[in-house]
Write a protein that binds this ligand. Structure first.
Ligand SMILES: [Zn+2]
Ligand SMILES: [Zn+2]
Length: 256
């Protein structure tokens, strides 16, 4: 049994790590093709981002592996495989519930990690990427990685979800994590401007968090930021790359 749990944890770590390398690698190539020079001079920083991200892969992989083992061997969790178990209308609703629950957890833990003491301990690593790149998606200190790693493994015990819908949630999580940090906007304007954009978070919104720290804390939705008055709207990539480069070149730290 112990061996089965260890193997499951190792397999999940490998899956999370390889998924990160592939997705970040693809968007790194896209960035270099579309925006030549955007990552110029950032190779030492990218190396650090990859190092922290691979460590985070293990922190994400272990709880996910234990839960996956319990699901397979003991029927733990409320993950279902038969589409008929819940009405079809519940499928998109379950995805929204997962994204909203994850977003809420992220918003409040993220705000907490911007308190000076916890920033130094847990969150400075993530903000050491100035400007962040496609490799910064999982560039977290282990304490921060732990706060992120428990979310899905806990939610699968609380909210029923079809295994395919869960795969979709994980895909959204991975792609948004990478693209929100890559330094340019790949989504069409309606997703970050206009009515829908007023509620969704893409790179245009998250880059402003990396510029200004004390705003735009959300993950997928602008709901909590707007409700709590921390939403400063979308930012500008030109400004970001200039200030980021200057800060990186000067080696100084912007206060959280
Ligand atoms: Zn970030
Ligand atoms: Zn932050």
């Amino acid at each position: 049994m112990v061996l089965a749990i260890i193997l499951s944890a190792l397999a999940m770590t490998l899956i999370v790590g390889v998924r990160y390398l592939i997705v970040s690698g693809v968007f790194d190539l896209a960035t270099r093709a579309k925006h030549r020079g955007l990552y110029a001079g950032l190779t030492p920083q990218i190396r650090k981002e990859i190092g922290w991200s691979l460590a985070s892969s293990a922190i994400y992989g272990v709880p996910a592996g234990v839960v996956a083992w319990g699901w397979q061997d003991h029927g733990w969790t409320r993950i279902y495989t038969d589409l008929g178990d819940w009405p079809l209308w519940y499928l998109p609703l379950s995805v929204l519930l997962y994204l909203f629950a994850h977003d809420s957890w992220f918003y409040w833990t993220h705000r907490w990690m911007h308190r000076p003491r916890w920033f130094r301990i847990a969150h400075a690593v993530h903000h050491a990427s100035r400007p962040p790149t496609a490799w910064a998606a999982m560039s977290f200190h282990p304490v921060e990685a732990l706060t992120g790693a428990v979310v899905i493994p806990v939610l699968v015990f609380l909210i029923p979800i079809h295994v395919g819908a869960l795969g979709f949630v994980l895909a959204v999580m991975t792609v948004m994590g990478v693209t929100n940090h890559m330094g340019w906007e790949m989504f069409p304007r309606f997703m970050w401007g206009g009515v829908l954009g007023g509620w969704l978070i893409t790179a245009s919104h998250h880059q402003r968090h990396h510029d200004e720290y004390k705003c735009n804390y959300g993950l997928y939705f602008r709901f909590w930021d707007r409700l709590c008055g921390t939403d400063k709207g979308i930012g500008s990539f030109e400004r970001r790359s200039r200030t980021g480069r200057r800060a990186a070149a000067a080696g100084r730290r912007t206060d959280p």
